[in-house]
Structures are given as structure tokens and as C-alpha cells.
Write a protein that binds this ligand. Structure first.
Ligand code: PEP
Ligand code: MG
Length: 875
């Protein structure tokens, strides 16, 4: 016996059911379920998604048994409806619609009114006692079948229709009479003969087979493929095909059709939401030929049908316990349901609906939390482009930090700062940013760069600041000197308005209106419920008291990474830092560092206070040495003046320090090993600040973190240094504080030897930005040039700098945890790379048994929700 490919539904029962989405597709499962629960659904049958898969495996031929099963189902359908395919008295007409496992709205094809031909059109005219309706259906069928199945452009038919309306001097289709429509049918048939060289197919069974093939084929049309790529839907799934007896919304003014949501999908309000058209078929609503009316008006127009619809939509929502997206047709005041599926909704609506449904007793808190997609709620945390406006993007880069920004283009960080001081909104446009741009970045509404990937400096810093950023926008030709960029035939000069959309990567040469996010009470509730379920801690990456406070407001339970390098670039300090780097002896370095220390202590005091006793992990200095080197003669001269050193001598030293590959150069703990004075100064500042607050009665437990360790001896040497400085500082302060010393695991060697490294560490924090860079051998700052293509081609399913490469980098993380804990059972482990705010990566962290994730302040809510999802899914 061949496999079962066809599932019938009708007469109050179906062979399938609602849980058969994989088998029947979402639409097929919905139709089966509605039939089973007694909702009026026209009978029909569903061809399985597996049949579509086999069709492709068989070189676009039907699998064994499908054709026979379709014929049998057609006979059953004839019995159920009392009508016959192609009949001259009571012809059966069917619709043929696609339906994949998850809805892909509008991406695939549909054919309506199938079964009409030159004979059955008269049968339809007789049986409906409505010739106009019969010919209207026939002309619609030829047009749709011509377009979808025979590949004839829709416009060829539309043109003829328009001409006829003009000749008859009427505005809308419904004003054409039966004779007009019969003429139209003849004209349309001529178009088909001309375009295909064959007459319009008259045999209903042949029509059906061709339409089913067309729906199978539409699984692989370009827009469906693109949609699947964007939404990560596997290409292997295939689509189901639903063949269903037609009901008619176009038989007169007691008929109609519409689409609706059981709640408002945009705001989440509990209100029936949708639209309908009187005397029309489904495609009229979608095609926008006539303007539909709001659903509430149906109550006045067809009170009886509206009442049926209200009962049905309530029943459906009660049954599914979720918002449904429904399609219906009213034939002579009787309601028929053609579709029900889970309604797509905005983030704001998702949150409100989830909370409301808990309060209404529909679902429990667990379900509510799982109903809100973490990726989606990021939308709620940043200003956004007002969705009701239309705009045109001139370029697209990487969506590096979400939200949108409107401002005047500026090409230099200092100018950004000075314009901001004058109250102007600016967007910093750079080929790439460097730490020196930090002030300008801070002063800007958003950041746009031509090079750099998702973890480039600009991207990381922007996310940290919660500022919108479009990075790696390669089509921009930026001339920083001339203060302009050109793209797609436009030139934008300093002061011209632009808008960037960090959620999509779009760049727009215009001022597009934005709307501010509002954090609703419902969102706070979802997050509070998330906290009840999650087992992972959520910390933040924050370097300033302000960011720390923001993160705490969002619910961060501590700082997982305080990067100290930005502190060194601030205006009052950079000269002293440069003096330190360029000094020729230890004594010179110490002299210069002494100037920086008071600032450092203030930094730490501010952060400790903002975190009020929560744990704070401070990472000692990490960036490549070369970033501190003064480049211009003017900068070198300033250092010479401050230090009393010779200009020429300084210039020579600066050129000596140049690095070819700074990311793999003199950075991280290598700075601490070669210039211990730097780390000593930082530790003194940390301990002095902690003791000072301790004296005021505050508890501070600093966690000192050593970056870029590859060898246990690097850590053991630096740990000794930290302990020595701690003792000295405690002695001076006359009091002690508790503290931890840990390390980042961000080099493969550290992960491979994690058992050795763990001997000297109180905690591990996985720096997956560098770990990804060094494991893949892909530079963080250059990846933007080629990684998008890799992702397009599916070499990596996601940007590995955004979502952790679980099979590669992930193994090193697992190994690090396991080896580390093999020598220290309770070793605390976390992640502080950008992946710490990515839902998929957070799920990985849960499975790997990390204690916490740490992410930028504006990602904290996303991480709390993701951690709850991870805990519930891996329960
Ligand atoms: C990392 O490498 O993952 C990390 C957090 O450090 P940074 O991004 O500062 O190099
Ligand atoms: Mg790092």
C-alpha cells in the first residue's frame, strides 16, 4: 500500500487534527481542527507537506499513490457537497491553496473557482440563479489560473478589465453586468491562447493537477525562498496543499469576505480587529482593488453573520488559547471559516496579550513567558522609526545596534561633540571608529561606519551605550577629509540630515520621524515572571556609573565586565597615558601613571556606588598598545611639553611601537606582564575605592579580571601582583575588603589548558568575541567584508560574532567549564562577549552550565527573558 498523502475533512470530522502542522501544514491542521470542533468549514482535503517533498525528490513528479488518493478525495467531496466537478447543473468548484508548517503570508500561490469551464459556468448560473455571479467567477478563475499556473502576467488581464470599465463608464467591478463579464471571459480566453499557444484547459481534473503542481512549485519561488532565509525556515519542509469546496462571497449583497484577528495584533488590545468586503472574494481584500471596511461595521451590515462570526472567533480563541488570524466568507448570510492560525503580532502586542491571557485565566505564567520572543522585545527598548511613514533607503549595512536615529551627518568625533554642545542632533559617520572617537560617539544620536563587523569597535560601543549603529555599510564612499560621503548617486555633506535604522541596517537620506519606546507595566510583569523561572544570572557590561544605573534599572544583577580602556582615553588623561607609554624607563612610567590614578579611583567609586553592593567585575587594561600612540606632531609635542622629553625621541619611540596586527599584538595581560606598573596602579585605585566605601559601611567585593590569558603562568604572576597590591593597600587603609581574582577565557590555549589556569582563578569569564576571532582565525574588525556572504551561503548559519558558533567555539567553552571545574568544583563561570545578549547563545550557556551571562545594559531585559526561555526549554 502506498503512503497516505491525502487527508479529508468535512461533515463534522477530519482525518487530521490541529497538532498535525508538520504533516498538513498550518492551514491544513487549522481546517482539520476547526472541522473537528464543529465550526462551519467547507469540506475539502489536504495534500501533505511530505507529498511536496517527494514531488521535488522525484524530479517534480507525484509520488506513488497521490494521484489516486486525490481522485478518491474528489469523489468524497462530490458526495459531501452533492455537487459534481464540471457539471452543467450543480458544478463543484474548489479553491487550491498552499500552507506550510509555519505561515509564510502571501509568499506562495492560490487558485480559486477551479472547476469552471464553458459548460459548468452555465451550471453555476443555473444553480445560483445568478448569471452575473457565474461569469464573474469564471473570469476571476481564468485570470488567476492564467497568472499562477500558466505564468501569464496579471496585468494583461487587468488591462482588458480596465478598458471595459472605461468603455462602460463605470468605476468598480461590481458595476459590470453579466453580459459584460461573459464578454470579458471570451477576451481572457483569447489572452490565454495567445500567450500559451493552447486553449484554456477545460477539463477540471487537469485544471486541478496543474494547480496543485503550481502550488508545489511556488514553494521555491524567489520570494518564498527569501522569506524562508530571513525567518530561518528550512527549505526542506515543503508546503501542504488545501483543496476545498468553494463558498462564495461574491453572490450578492448578502455575501462577503474578510480577514480578522481575535485581538489587535499591533497593540494587543482585546478587540476584534479586521476588515471585510461585501460581495467580493478573498483576493479582493488582499489585492487592495477596493477599500475594505472595518470589521465593526459588519455588525450593522449583516447582523446575523456578524453574530455567527463573534461566536466563532471567541470559540477559536478559547480553543487555541491564543490570538487567531482568521479568514472567513459569508455566503447568503451564512458564515464559513476558511482559515485559522496563530496571529503574528508586534513585540508590544505579544507582551500585552501574554499578560492579559494569564489574567484572564487562559494560560499560565510559563506559557506567557514562552509566548514572548526575546529577539522581538529588543524593539521595545530603543526609539524606532514610525511604522506609519514611508521612506526609501539608499544603502544597507549591518544592523549592529537596534533602534533608529535621526541627525546631521558629521565625519569627525570632535565636531560631533561641538555640534552636540550647541544642541544639534548628529550622526557620526566614519570609515571605522577607534577608542579615541568615544566622546564623539557619546555625543551622537547614532553611528554609521563603512567597515567593521557586528563586534567592531563601533558596534560594541554603540550597543554598550544603547545607541543605534549601522556598521560595515560597504557601499558608502566616505571621504572623512572632505567631510562627505557618496552612495547610490547621492552626496551627503556635513550637516545634511540622515536617518539610520540599526534594527534593519538601513541608511536613509532624510529626516524620518521616530517614536520613543515606552516600557509598559506588562513588559515589567513578563520580566518579573522570567526571573522566577531562570537559573542563569544576568549581569551587564558597563563602564560608567550612568550605564551601570541604566543596567540596574533593567534588572542587571551585577557587572560582568567593566572595560577600563575607555577611561584612559578621556580628555584629561590621554596625554598622561601617552606619556606613560612613551616613557623610556619605569620611573617615567610611574610618574605619568600617578597623574591618572586619581581619575581611576573616581571611576571605580562611581561604579561601585551605582551598583550598591552588587558584584562588579573589573577588567584590567586590555587594548593594543598602539591605540595610545599619538599620531600627529601636535599630539607628540603636547606629550613632550608635559613630560620634558625630546620631541624627536618621542617620535622615534612612537614609530617603534607600531604594530602590524594589533588585535594579536601587545594587548591584554601582555601589557600587565611588560608594564606591571599599569595594572598595579589600576589595582591600587580599585582597592582604595573599595576600602573607602567600606569605611562608609558599604560592602564592595571587587572581582579583578585579567584579560587575554593564554598560559597559566601569565595568570599566576599577575595574581601575585594583585595580592601584593591588595595587602599594601589594606595596610595603608587600615582595613580589608574581600576580593576575587579571575580571568577571561578568550584564547583557545586558555580553554585547552583551563584546568591549569583554574588553579589560579576564582572565576572564569568567557570572552567570546576574542575567542571567536582567534578560533575562527577571523579578525573581528575585518569580518564585515566577507562574513555576510558566508552567512548568505549558509557556511555559517548565523554571524558567529553575533550567535555563538556552537560546534566550534562552543566546544572550547564547554571544555573550559569542564576542565576548570575538574580542579575547582565551584568555579564561577560566565560569559561577557557580545553573545551574552543573544538568545540562542544564552540557551547554549544554559546547557553548558554557566552561572551567568553578561551583556550591554540595553540587552539586559532580552537576556532575562532568554534565560527564562532557556531554563524552561531545558527543564
Ligand atoms: C571578548 O573578547 O569577548 C571581550 C568581552 O572582550 P573585548 O570585547 O573587550 O575584547
Ligand atoms: Mg576580549
Amino acid at each position: 500500500m502506498s503512503q497516505k498523502w491525502v487527508y479529508f475533512f468535512g461533515d463534522g470530522k477530519a482525518e487530521g487534527e490541529g497538532s498535525d502542522k508538520e504533516l498538513l501544514g498550518g492551514k491544513g491542521a487549522g481546517l482539520a481542527e476547526m472541522t473537528n470542533i464543529g465550526i462551519p468549514v467547507p469540506p475539502g482535503f489536504t495534500i501533505t507537506t511530505g507529498a511536496c517533498v517527494e514531488y521535488y525528490n522525484n524530479d517534480r513528479n507525484y509520488p506513488d499513490g497521490l494521484e489516486g488518493q486525490m481522485e478518491k478525495a474528489m469523489e468524497d467531496l462530490e458526495k459531501s457537497t452533492g455537487k459534481k466537478f464540471g457539471d452543467d447543473e450543480f458544478p463543484l468548484l474548489v479553491s487550491v491553496r498552499s500552507g506550510a508548517r509555519v505561515s509564510m503570508p502571501g509568499m506562495m500561490d492560490t487558485v480559486l473557482n477551479l472547476g469552471l469551464n464553458d459548460v459548468s459556468v452555465d451550471g453555476l448560473a443555473k444553480s445560483s440563479n445568478n448569471k452575473r455571479f457565474a461569469y464573474d467567477s469564471y473570469r476571476r478563475f481564468i485570470q488567476m489560473f492564467g497568472d499562477v499556473v500558466l505564468g501569464i502576467s496579471h496585468n494583461k488581464f487587468e488591462k482588458i478589465l480596465r478598458q471595459m470599465k472605461q468603455d462602460k463608464n463605470v468605476e468598480i467591478d461590481t458595476q459590470l453586468d453579466a453580459e459584460d463579464l461573459a464578454k470579458l471571459v471570451e477576451e481572457f480566453k483569447k489572452v490565454v491562447s495567445m500567450e500559451t499557444g493552447n486553449p484554456f484547459p477545460q477539463e477540471p481534473k487537469e485544471q486541478l493537477k496543474l494547480a496543485v503542481n503550481a502550488v508545489f512549485d511556488s514553494w521555491n519561488n524567489q520570494r518564498a525562498k527569501t522569506y524562508r532565509k530571513i525567518h530561518k525556515i528550512p527549505h526542506e519542509w515543503g508546503t501542504g496543499v488545501n483543496v476545498q469546496a468553494m463558498v462564495f462571497g461574491n453572490m450578492g449583497d448578502d455575501c462577503g469576505t474578510g480577514v480578522a484577528f481575535t485581538r489587535n495584533p499591533s497593540t494587543g488590545e482585546k478587540e476584534f480587529f479586521g476588515e471585510f468586503l461585501i460581495n467580493a472574494q478573498g483576493e479582493d481584500v488582499v489585492a487592495g482593488i477596493r477599500t475594505p471596511e472595518p470589521i465593526k461595521d459588519l455588525q450593522d451590515r449583516m447582523p446575523e453573520a456578524f453574530q455567527q462570526l463573534e461566536e466563532v472567533y471567541r470559540k477559536l480563541e478559547n480553543h487555541y488559547k491564543d490570538v487567531q488570524d482568521i479568514e472567513f466568507t459569508i455566503e447568503r448570510n451564512k458564515l464559513f471559516m476558511l482559515q485559522t492560525r496563530t496571529g503574528k503580532r508586534t513585540a508590544a502586542a505579544a507582551v500585552k496579550i501574554a499578560v492579559d491571557m494569564v489574567e484572564e485565566g487562559f494560560i499560565d505564567k510559563e506559557t506567557a513567558v514562552l509566548r514572548v520572543a526575546p529577539d522581538q522585545v529588543d524593539q521595545l527598548l530603543h526609539p524606532m522609526i514610525d511604522e506609519s511613514t514611508s521612506y526609501e533607503a539608499v544603502a544597507k549595512g549591518l544592523p549592529a545596534s537596534p533602534g533608529a536615529a535621526v541627525g546631521k551627518a558629521v565625519f569627525n568625533a570632535e565636531i560631533a561633540e561641538s555640534m552636540r554642545e550647541k544642541g544639534e542632533d548628529v550622526i557620526l559617520v566614519r570609515n571605522e571608529t577607534s577608542p579615541e572617537d568615544i566622546g564623539g560617539m557619546h555625543a551622537s544620536k547614532g553611528i554609521l561606519t563603512a567597515t567593521g563587523g557586528m563586534t567592531s569597535h563601533a558596534a560594541v560601543v554603540a550597543r554598550g551605550m544603547g545607541k543605534c549603529c549601522v556598521a560595515g555599510c560597504g557601499s558608502l564612499d566616505i571621504d572623512e577629509k572632505a567631510k562627505q560621503f557618496s552612495v547610490a548617486g547621492h552626496t551627503v555633506k556635513e550637516g545634511d540630515w540622515i536617518t539610520i535604522n540599526g534594527t534593519t541596517g538601513e541608511v536613509i537620506i532624510d529626516k524620518v520621524p521616530l517614536v520613543e519606546p515606552t516600557l509598559s507595566g506588562e513588559f515589567a510583569k513578563i520580566l518579573a515572571w522570567s526571573d522566577e523561572f531562570r537559573t542563569l544570572g544576568v549581569r551587564t557590561n558597563a563602564d560608567t556609573p550612568k550605564d551601570s544605573a541604566t543596567a540596574r534599572d533593567f534588572g542587571a544583577q551585577g557587572i560582568g565586565l567593566c572595560r577600563t580602556e575607555h577611561m584612559f582615553f578621556e580628555a584629561e588623561r590621554i596625554d598622561a597615558v601617552r606619556e606613560m607609554i612613551l616613557a623610556s624607563c619605569e620611573e617615567g612610567r610611574r610618574r605619568a601613571l600617578a597623574k591618572v590614578k586619581p581619575f581611576q579611583k573616581e571611576d571605580f567609586l562611581g561604579i561601585f556606588k551605582a551598583m550598591a553592593g552588587l558584584p562588579v567585575t573589573i577588567r584590567l587594561l586590555d587594548p593594543p598598545l598602539h591605540e595610545f600612540i599619538p599620531h600627529t606632531d601636535e599630539d607628540i609635542q603636547r606629550v613632550a611639553d608635559a613630560s620634558g622629553l625630546q620631541f624627536e625621541e618621542l617620535k622615534r619611540k612612537a614609530s617603534e611601537l607600531h604594530e602590524f596586527n594589533p588585535m594579536l599584538g601587545h594587548r591584554g595581560c601582555r601589557l600587565g606582564i611588560t608594564y606591571p606598573e599599569i595594572y598595579e596602579m589600576q589595582c591600587e585605585a580599585i582597592f582604595e575605592a573599595a576600602c573607602e566605601l567600606g569605611a562608609e559601611g558599604q560592602t564592595v567585593v571587587p572581582e579583578i579580571m585579567i584579560p587575554l590569558v593564554g598560559h597559566e603562568k601569565e595568570l599566576s604572576e599577575l595574581r601575585e601582583m594583585v595580592e601584593r597590591v591588595a595587602e599594601e593597600s589594606f595596610e595603608k587603609a587600615g582595613r580589608k575588603v574581600e576580593y576575587l581574582v579571575g580571568t577571561m577565557i578568550e584564547l583557545p590555549r586558555a580553554a585547552l589548558t583551563a584546568d591549569e589556569v583554574a588553579a589560579h582563578a576564582d572565576f572564569f569569564s568567557f570572552g567570546t568575541n576574542d575567542l571567536t576571532q582567534t578560533t575562527l582565525g577571523v579578525s573581528r574588525d575585518d569580518s564585515g567584508r566577507f562574513l555576510p556572504l558566508y552567512v548568505d551561503k549558509g557556511i555559517y548559519s548565523d554571524d558567529p560574532f553575533v550567535s555563538i558558533d556552537q560546534s566550534g567555539v562552543g566546544q572550547l567553552v564547554e571544555m573550559g567549564v569542564q576542565k576548570g571545574r575538574s580542579v575547582k568544583k565551584d568555579l564561577k563561570t560566565g560569559i561577557c562577549g557580545e553573545h551574552g545578549g543573544d538568545p540562542e547563545s544564552i540557551n547554549f550557556c544554559q546547557k553548558t552550565g554557566l552561572d551567568y551571562v553578561s551583556c550591554s545594559p540595553f540587552r539586559v531585559p532580552v537576556a532575562r527573558l532568554s534565560a527564562a526561555h532557556a531554563a524552561l526549554k531545558n527543564k
